[in-house]
Design a protein around this ligand. Structure first.
Ligand SMILES: [Zn+2]
Length: 371
């Protein structure tokens, strides 16, 4: 059985480790140690080198019942900002929060503890289990830049679970969108705003004209667009020569996301041309849409485990990306499980002892399932 005290202790210990994106080295070293002790074959890939980070993705394999197919459990090791100096505060009612100055990091340390605790109980009880693969990724919070460098030739599983969703344990996402990240640079020309404004090319005006022509928010029922950052200008008496705009398009339909991004590029290009400014429009695919069939064994197994544990199970669409998007792009079939994390990406983030135990229990049963 899951050892509640040990699990909470490990969670608290992990929270105390700084692990911002690209600097997951401490957590990585900890995870490698634990996996080795649990009998895993452990490898670290080149993602850390390629991303100039302190750690690569940590992959582990544990042999099991040869009659069963291996399954993968995937979590990320980085946390969003404010990420440094975290400390878990355990309240009387079982809630666990940060001290209010940082995120807690239940996203995704709750997943890390669930996997490690599940494995520990299986080893202690010497239970027969299926072959298990684990993948602890880096830089998930920056559009999955860690797993993007993972060496897929290592992977034996064709299906598995990413532990990285908010909501009550028992919830799982089978569908997620494409997210296109846009980084737009407008190069104008500086001039004195009072003496010779006509000699300048107003980079902010170009951005303003373009943005005013965009549809922001919902474009249709499955597609949204946002401009989230605008930077430019030096002083109020200078025509701004440079402006940088960043935004995103997301949609359940990949082609639609590509098309809308293309339209936005055209709008910016027209505005730049009208002002004779130069435009650099960079687009990167943050993640690609997927939809896992509700009839797939990966879903059926999860439903069966929830039923065994008397947990209400529900399948949802999520409009957020995760490492599962990247796995799905490689033909992998997976779902994303709610993992004892709430109000993520804020200093109000919290979890609870009950939910941490619950997700560890679910993970354990998935590892033991012979389905
Ligand atoms: Zn996460």
């Amino acid at each position: 059985m899951v050892n509640r005290e040990r699990l909470i202790e490990e969670f608290v210990q992990l929270v105390a480790m700084d692990s911002p994106s690209f600097d997951e080295g401490k957590v990585g070293a900890y995870v490698k140690n634990q996996l080795s002790e649990l009998g895993f074959e452990v490898r670290e890939d080149e993602a850390g080198v390629k991303n100039h980070g302190s750690c690569g993705n940590i992959y582990g394999y544990l042999a099991g019942d040869k009659a069963l197919e291996p399954i993968l459990f995937c979590v990320h090791m980085d946390t969003v900002e404010p990420a440094k100096g975290k400390a878990a505060v355990i309240h009387e009612d079982g809630r666990i929060t940060s001290n209010g100055d940082t995120v807690l990091g239940a996203d995704d340390f709750a997943g890390i503890t669930a996997i490690l605790e599940a494995l520990r109980t299986i080893k202690e009880e010497a239970l027969s289990h299926r072959p298990i693969e684990v993948l602890f990724t880096t830089a998930e919070e920056v559009y999955s830049k860690g797993i993007a460098h993972f060496d897929y030739s290592w992977l034996l599983s064709k299906e598995g679970y990413t532990l990285d969703l908010t909501g009550p344990v028992g919830l799982a996402a089978y569908k997620a969108p494409t997210i296109m990240a846009m980084d737009i640079q407008i190069q104008g020309k500086a001039a004195h705003a009072g003496f010779a404004p006509e000699e300048g090319i107003h980079a902010i005006a170009v951005a303003a004209k373009a943005i005013s022509e965009l549809t922001l928010g919902h474009i249709d029922e499955e597609t949204t667009q946002n401009i989230g950052i605008i930077q430019g200008g030096l002083m109020s008496n200078i025509i701004p020569e440079y402006c940088r705009v960043r935004g995103e398009v997301r949609s359940y339909c990949h082609e639609k996301a590509v098309r809308e991004t293309e339209k936005t590029k055209e709008i910016f290009q027209r505005a730049a041309d009208a002002y004779k400014a130069k435009l650099i429009f960079d687009v990167s695919i943050g993640c690609k849409a997927y939809e896992t069939s509700k009839d797939d064994t990966v879903v059926k197994r999860f439903e069966a485990v929830c039923k065994d544990l008397a947990l209400p199970c529900s399948l949802i669409e999520t409009f957020g990306g995760s490492d599962n998007n990247v796995l799905a792009d490689f033909g992998f079939r997976g779902i994303v499980l709610a993992t004892a994390m709430n109000q993520c990406h804020s200093v109000k983030e919290y979890t609870s002892a009950e939910e941490l135990c619950r997700i560890a229990e679910v993970t354990r049963q998935l590892m033991l399932s012979d389905m």
